[in-house]
Every structure is written in structure tokens, then in C-alpha cells.
Design a protein around this ligand. Sequence first.
Ligand code: SAM
Length: 305
Amino acid sequence: MLPIPILQTSYGKLYQGDCLEMLKGLPDGTADLAFADPPFNLNKSYSSKMDDNLSDAAYIEWCRAWVAELVRVVKPGGSLFLYNLPKWNLPLGAFLMERLTFRHWITVDMKYCLPIPKRLYPSNYSLLYFIKGSTPAIFHPDRLPIECCRHCGGEQRDYGGYKDKMNPKGVNLTDVWTDIPPVRHLKYKRRSANELSLKLMDRIVSLATDPGSTVIDPFGGSGTTYVAAELLERKWIGMELDCSAVISRMETIETDREYLEKISGLKNRLFTQRALSLRSAHGFATGKYRVEQGKPQAKEIELFA
Ligand SMILES: C[S@@+](CC[C@H](N)C(=O)[O-])C[C@H]1O[C@@H](n2cnc3c(N)ncnc32)[C@H](O)[C@@H]1O
């Protein structure tokens, strides 16, 4: 049995408490998409005062318990995404291999923390993508604009004789995502270090769900998944030990709506508006490309990353 939600919105329900207990209260096959960004066991302090310094074995055991619940609550054809450090996603991926169908190990390339002495600079955040069954019920990945120089708009790669064959909606999304900005902008940042980029959650929710689908995220944090789901008109079920950050974020969701509108100009087109202006100023022709004459993105964000 689930408790009474601490917050209800047009599309979502937020429950305060231990996600493992609450997941057990959900029926099988509830979600089209389950996404989890748990604490990484890095001895960080959370407002919920949870213990983020377990032994490796205890952390993996705990993760397996809620991952098994997520597997259960995903619908046939539904998706499960797990965001963590490679160190943890390696064993958790092996656990998932026995239960779901592997689709991708997505690398989110993000230089986020400080270099660690005697180690390589960590910039590989692992995003595991599994589905239940052999084919995804929903799969529509965004396409991305051609990578262009942020100063002159020239292509970073030579597309040679293929320019006229390129999809006007942009290039295929790969399994290495280099365009996800760490949340640093004061206007958008609400919690130190833990908040994921709305751009990342917009991409995942758009890829694996349709309007009206159901998204579950057992580790709410500041609520990025719920905001993405709400703005994209997906139903959502959220859980968090301390829901205060999600509640206050939902009160200012219009700031997130504005951000989402701005970044919509950074996907599903061959050139961003900014790249087109730079190209025209620096004499780069776009004539050979099939550029769609879409609505100009007047508010397109000054964000190349
Ligand atoms: C890395 S943060 C999630 C950040 C979130 N993805 C965002 O973008 O804001 C992990 C969150 O999980 C919460 N948490 C940890 N253990 C939990 C549990 N057993 N049940 C529910 N929430 C938990 C912590 O309080 C923390 O806010």
C-alpha cells in the first residue's frame, strides 16, 4: 500500500519515504519508463541524512533490491535507465543482464568534479539502458544538429559529398553524449552537486515515452525527472526521503519550462539558429544541406554544450 502522496500535480504523484518500501506497493507493469539516479556511495551528505558511505557489498546489495523492484514495475516493452558511476553500473548491469534485454551503455561525458590525484580525470557517467522483452514499445531518439565551431559556425567534421543526403532533422544520436551541461547556472541550480540536467532528462523521457505514458523515478532529489515528465505531459510517480526540494521546484516550474523551450532549438534540426547565423556571417554555405525552414528559435539558448 502506498501512503498518501505529499504532492499531486496535473500529471504526477510524489511520495515521501523509503523508495524500496514504496516500490513494493506498486503493481507489476506500472511504468513505461523507470529511471534511477541513486546516491553514488561517495560519502556525500544529503538533506535526508541517508548513509552514503556503505561498504561496497552493502551498497550493491541495496541497489539490487530496488533495481529488482524497478524491473518488476516496468511494463513489457518498457525501458529502464540506470545512471551511476561505471564502478557501480558494471555489477548492476550484470544483474540486469539476467532480467532484461540490454540496449546500450550510454556514456554521458561530463567534466563535473575535480581531478583526483593518481587517477584519470573522471568524465564518464554511465547510463545503462535496458528494456523488458525483445523490442522497445517506444523508441524515438532525438536527432542532433551538426557539430559546428562555436566561433565561426564551420562544421567540425567533413561531410564531403553526403551533405545533400543528410536528414534535415539532424544527425543520429550516438551512445556517447557530449552535449549535456553540468548544472552550474545559478538560475537553474537548486541543489549542490546532485541535480541532473533537464536536458538529459528531456532526452531520456522523450526517447522512451509518449505523452500519457508513465515514468517512475525512485530517487527524486530536486525533481528533474518529474519536471521533465510534467512539462512533456507524461504521468509520473516520484519518491524521495526528503521531498522539500521537489516541492519547491514544482512551484517554480515555469523557469524549467522556459529552459526546455530554449533547448528545443538544439535538437531535431540540422543546424541551430546560432550556427546558421555564424555560418552566414563567416561565409559558410549551407546550400547543399536540406535545411528545414522551421520556425526560428528566437529564444534559442546560448548553450553550445
Ligand atoms: C543523486 S540524488 C537524485 C537527484 C535527481 N536525479 C535530480 O536530478 O535532482 C539521490 C536522491 O535519492 C534520495 N534517496 C536516497 N535513498 C533513498 C531512499 N531509500 N528512498 C528514497 N529516496 C532516497 C536522496 O535523498 C537524494 O535526494
